[in-house]
Write a protein that binds this ligand. Structure first.
Ligand code: FES
Length: 86
């Protein structure tokens, strides 16, 4: 089903991007959805919300990325590497 008539964006396209972990703002930038008349914004946001709620895997990946980032800042990403102070 076409959600955004102005930019010819379907609910499938929006859902595919949302399942890949993209936020509404990122999808809007990527696909152009809700960037002209704006009548589709509520429906597009609903599609994103439904996908985010039913696919916690994307949220898990974000959490893992945050954990990896924290380990890098503590210089523990590579346990056998020499510390910078040594
Ligand atoms: S229908 Fe999406 S911006 Fe107009």
């Amino acid at each position: 089903m076409i959600v955004c008539v102005c930019n010819r964006v379907s609910d499938r396209e929006i859902a595919r991007h949302a399942r890949a972990g993209m936020s509404f703002d990122e999808i809007q930038f990527e696909l152009g959805v809700a960037t002209q008349c704006g009548h589709c914004e509520t429906c597009a946001r609903d599609v994103v919300a439904q996908c985010c709620g039913s696919h916690p895997v994307a949220a898990l990946h974000r959490e893992t990325a945050v954990q990896l980032d924290a380990s890098i800042t503590r210089n523990r990403a590579w346990p056998n590497s020499p510390s910078p102070a040594a």
